[in-house]
Each structure stands twice: as C-alpha cells, then as structure tokens.
Design a protein around this ligand. Structure first.
Ligand SMILES: [Zn+2]
Length: 432
C-alpha cells in the first residue's frame, strides 16, 4: 500500500501478475485458471442499457409526474422521514421500477457466467433493480450494498412482508401495511433510504476483495462511499479490470490494472471473446428474454418505446393518486391507525371523534403535506449550504483520498444529499 491511487501507473512499469497489462493478458490469466475468486463491483452503468428510467430526467414522464406529487425535492422520494409522512411518491416510483419489468443486460449475464464457471467469489452491487438476480446470479453471491426490491419489511417493527403480497400491492398501486395487527406500520422494500444504515452484510463482506485473485469493476463512477473504496481493498498484485465510460476510483494506478473505457456490454463481450466464452455468454443472455416482463404484466424488451409508455402509464397512475389522495382507503386506514397509535400523545382537547371517522382534512391531511411537514430544506440550500445537518457527500473525491475501512466505519448512514446511493447515474442531473 502507500501508493498514490490517483497517479496512473507509468507505462514503463511492468505488470507484477499479468503477462501484459492488456485485455489479452488478462484473458490469459483467466484461461490459465488463475482467476478462481473473482469479486465484481457494479453500479448503474450496467443497467442503463436495460432501459431503467432516470426518474430525475426532465425527458421522462416520471420526472413530470413525480413533480406533480408535490415532492419538496426529488430525493425526498428516498427519504425515510418523508416516506413516513407520504409513501405515495415512492410507491409511484416503485411501480415503475419494480423487478420483472426490465430485462437484464448482457453484462448481468456475464456475471452469471462467471458464477456458472465457479469463478465468482462475490458480487457487490450498488443497484437496487435486482437484475443480477434476474440474470440468475444466486442471492447468496450478491451483496446489495444499497439494498434492493428483493425483500421488504415493516419500517416500524421490522417484520418481513411476503413477496406475493408485495407484488400484488405494487401491481394494484396500493400501499402495503404491516400484517401484525398491533403494528400496522408502513411496509417498504429493503432499499437503503437516506437516513438508514447500509445492510450489515455489506460491512461483514468488505474483507472479501482482499481474498480475490481478480477484481472486475463495471459501470460505476465509484463516487459513493463506502462502496467506492472496495477496489482499493484488493491486494497489491491482484489484477483489477475496469469497464466504464471513464477512468474512476484510482483504477489504472497499479501495475496490474487493465482499463476498458466504453460501455459495459461492449466491454464484457470483448472480454468474453478473449476468453473464448462469447457463445456461452450470448446463449445465457438470450435466455433472459422469456422471463423479462412477465411478473408485472409489462411486455419484455429493453426499449419498448420507453418514454411514451412510461409517460402514459405514470400519468395515469398519478392522476389516480391525485384523485384519491384526499380520501383514499389508505388515508382512512392511516387516519384510524394514527389515532390509535397517537392517542396517548394527542392532548385531550384534540382527542379524535368518538366515531373514529374524522375528516380527512383534519389529522390526515396534516400528515400529508410534504412540502411543509418535512424537516428538509430547499435542495439548493442543501447543495451549497454549510450549516446543513446533512452535509453533501463529495461526488468527486480526489482519488488520492482513498478511504480506509476505519474511516468508512463512520459512513454507515447514507447522506441525505447523496441521491447516487440508489441511482448513481443521477449525478449531475437537475433536481425537481
Ligand atoms: Zn410492523
């Protein structure tokens, strides 16, 4: 260690492990059977070609329709305190993003291929889209650093919630509630929201890169800690391959770093060609077609005139939400439950009506005024201010500032200003 990871390795420095610092050199290393414990680290860049919509892009219907839901700022959709007040925007988005609608990319299938060949030690992903699972990578091989839609639980008592019930709620666009009668808390997919801790399994698995004999980094800007420090935790002399649109995270600074700059699907195909795996890869990927799109009733295919379909669907959805917002069954239920839960706290003068069917303009609406009830400030203030309780995470830390595990120990909670923990490809996009 002690190496400056921001400095590209000098071309004259020979590789320590590989025969040559090239794709062919890396392929030879793999074909010789020296890469038996591969760690793969992925970000949104491996899912963009699947057509996962960018909810903050003004080009999509999602953006406009989320704006209509009166979010105080785009990131609020993933803010746990906001979710407690108003889960509808999140479930609007969840309906659109829920697994089963999108087909894995050939890059996802490449990771599956590594597993099939017995070479995959662990996949660390920042993505919540579950496309690795859809491609057939077993859950035991995946660390979803920012959680995913794979499981869901009550945000109050943490009781798990059945997959099938969740699918039904997502399809029906209704809000799931804890099944424990005494609880009734909101249910949420186990995606890491702002203000929540990363999964314990992420921290328990951070020693794995040091055991790897090959590290492959795919489609991530490596700007979000503590995930971003994973590649630096590989041992010196362990080859590291980066396939990404740009050089990131100090990759290229070690003698055995190989860089493939460009899109992930092209990169993994080149690697597969070099290893003689191309046919197997394409066969695996072809098999993903049938499954995609069957779960929630959306036709398969990555493009499907995406924007128009999306716009129409979410437009319809938000119209329905708008219409039902003030007097939905869910509202009535929440009102009733809130009264039951808060009765000891509510002062006597404001005790609920005996009937328990109070006006939704009363308690319920107070609980659903996101713009005023949220403790958050204007996102612009958040981005520029210095006194914000949740200071912005650096989106582009200097590469020489590689975080140590000790330092990362302080980073267990996701910074509220860092949307990229869920959708890293959103960096630099306009906010609502
Ligand atoms: Zn509960």
């Amino acid at each position: 260690m002690g190496q400056d990871e921001s400095t590209p390795v000098d071309e004259s420095v020979p590789p320590e492990t590989l025969e040559s610092r090239t794709l062919d050199g890396l392929a030879k290393y793999i074909k010789e059977g020296r890469a038996k414990r591969i760690v793969v680290m992925t970000g949104a860049g491996i899912s963009t070609s699947a057509g996962i919509p960018d909810f903050r892009s003004p080009d999509t219907g999602l953006y406009a329709n989320l704006a209509r839901l009166n979010l105080p700022y785009a990131e609020a959709v993933f803010d746990i305190s906001f979710f407690r007040e108003n889960p509808l925007p999140f479930y609007t988005l969840a309906h659109e993003l829920y697994p089963g609608k999108y087909r894995p990319t050939v890059t996802h299938s490449f990771i599956r291929l590594l597993h099939d060949k017995g070479h995959l030690l662990k996949l660390f992903t920042q993505n919540i889209d579950c496309l690795e699972r859809e491609a057939g990578v077993p859950g035991t091989k995946i660390i979803e650093a920012h959680g995913s839609f794979a499981r869901q639980s009550c945000i109050e008592c943490k009781a798990s919630y059945p997959d099938e019930d969740m699918k039904q709620h997502i399809a029906a666009q209704t809000i799931p509630r804890c099944l424990r009668e005494s609880c009734g808390g909101l249910v949420k997919p186990e995606i890491v929201f702002f203000g929540e801790q990363l999964p314990a399994e992420f921290f328990m698995s951070r020693g794995l890169p040091a055991q790897a004999d090959l590290c492959i980094v795919l489609g991530t800007s490596l700007t979000v800690q503590p995930f971003a420090s994973l590649p630096s935790m590989c041992s010196e002399g362990t080859p590291r391959l980066l396939i990404n649109q740009e050089v990131v995270g100090g990759l290229g600074s070690r003698p055995d770093d190989v860089l493939l700059i460009g899109d992930c699907d092209t990169g993994v195909r080149r690697l597969a060609d070099a290893c003689g795996w191309r046919d197997e890869l394409e066969t695996l990927w072809a098999n993903t077609v049938e499954k995609a799109g069957t779960d929630i009733g959306r036709p398969a295919g990555p493009t499907k005139s995406k924007d128009k379909t999306l716009e129409d669907e979410v437009e319809k959805l938000t119209r329905e939400i708008d219409e039902t917002l003030s007097l939905s069954k869910w509202h009535e239920e929440k009102t009733r439950k809130d009264y039951l839960a808060e009765e000891p706290i509510v002062n006597g003068a404001e005790a609920p009506a005996e009937s328990g069917t109070s006006s939704p303009e009363g308690d319920a609406t107070n609980k659903h005024k996101p713009a005023t009830s949220t403790p958050r400030q204007d996102p612009k203030l958040k981005a520029e201010g210095t006194s914000e309780p949740n200071p912005p995470l650096k989106l582009h830390p200097s590469s020489g500032e590689d975080a140590t595990p000790e330092k990362n120990g302080e980073d267990k909670k996701v910074d509220a200003s860092d949307l990229t923990h869920v959708f890293p490809h959103l960096v630099g996009k306009a906010s609502l």
